[in-house]
Design a protein around this ligand. Sequence first.
Ligand code: GLA
Length: 370
Amino acid sequence: MIEEIREGFSATFGTEPEVISFAPGRVNIIGEHTDYNGGLVLPAAIRYGTYVAVSRAADGKIEVYSENAGWERWDAGVFERRGNFGDYLRGVLKFMEAPAEGLRAYIKSSLPVGSGLSSSAALEVSFALAIQKIFSLDISGIEIVRVCHRAESEFVGVRCGIMDQFVSFFAKKEHLILLDTQSLHHEYIPFPSSLTLAMVDTGIRRSLSSSRYNQRREECRRALEAVKKLFPDVENLSQVNEEMLLSTRPLMDEASFKRAMHVISENQRVSLLADFLRAGDLCMVEKIMKLAHQSLSEDFEVSLPDIDDLVEKISSLPFVYGARLTGAGFGGFLIVLLLKGREKELQRSINQPLLFSRPWSGAELLYSVP
Ligand code: GLA
């Protein structure tokens, strides 16, 4: 792949890249909409991701060619929001405080865009890693994660949590990451060797997802505001238990109550699922996955009837140990835990396109000029 990216860069710019980086997309096994509520998540990186090849240019111009999205050009040091993929890159350069120098960048991704497999985090993290190397910036891994998170939430304007950028950078092969999004304390949980991951495309694209995503955040914020009236020390919904929520229910609207209910129960499910994975109890894993999808559908309301039907159909297959909607919701992909070796059977049982992966490792520099 490195050769292909290098050739792509040379064919585009007529020179050689100085750096080539890769960052993976991710799939979240469980812990949905908890990361911006200070809660727990359990994602894994996947083998699909984004390659970035970069070199410096003396003309003060930044020119980027993306195989998916085409050309984007701007002057170094200018951070204008244009509503296209260049915003992710400008956001990274801005918050990284990178030197205002010219650049050429070539981007190729194996991730379906806008699918809920974190194509945007993979782009941010891969680009940030390349920029760190090219300018020899003294910045740690966790700072890169924070820069990328700020690029997406403050510059692009999708007020996402930190899960996607974190896993894209810190993932470990054959492991899931159990991440506490408040403390950023994390633990690697070995992925059962008998299972593999499938990502099933629901075929429903999430064009409105960012605005509806921000709406869900707003509903969670309203729930927290109401809880704080009785429990002023509470900082986020993950510090609220069911009893506290029920006692403040009259102070909030029904939608906010249901969103908060999901967050509280989802945090419990993440801990339980991690425990059952450690114990190798796949029957309980399956049960928890089922409850998680139900909660996303009924309490968080980010599913759709067609998606619920597909989840049910896949969950009932004898070699499947859990299926649910993954990522922001409103379409995109399902995560399916299935027995290794039964991939073809899954493919034959449904009409949807699908991807397979083992849990993959985080971002890496693939090449840099000596
Ligand atoms: C999107 C966001 C994540 C997370 C999920 C929902 O993927 O980017 O930060 O909030 O939705 O769990």
